[in-house]
Design a protein around this ligand. Sequence first.
Ligand SMILES: [Zn+2]
Ligand SMILES: [Zn+2]
Length: 155
Amino acid sequence: MHVDALKKELRDRRWRMTPQREQILKVFIETNSEHLGAEEVYRYLLNKRINVSKATVYRTVDLLVELGFLRRLQFDEGVYRYELVDKQNKHSHFICNSCGKIYELKNELSPEFVMKEYIDLLNGNGYIVEEFDIKFRGICPKCSEKQLKKHRKSK
Ligand SMILES: [Zn+2]
Ligand SMILES: [Zn+2]
């Protein structure tokens, strides 16, 4: 999504794109929608000498979640991370317990397809599912290969 497209969407929804909201969305575009925490967004802006208070950043990311531009993710207890909502590009996440890297699973099975039965079941039981996340934790391919090599050497 481009800044122009974002601006248009904000206009369409009668929300003014304030410079601050725009700056913060730009951070996500420039970093290719890395899974940034509010603290990291704040530091990024600081590095670029953009003057914005920490409180504003925290408030604005949450506002952008409410407005549907960012998705809030929680990989670790007590830490929220955010990424651009890209409707064309739904993906699940895999978090490596060894190196901490967050992988986006984009080319695997579509989560909608995999979860269809579960969602149908919930809907049938009176729950209205509006969204869901799939989060995997484990050892990533790079780390498992490293572990394997270490293991071979020690033999
Ligand atoms: Zn790893
Ligand atoms: Zn992601």
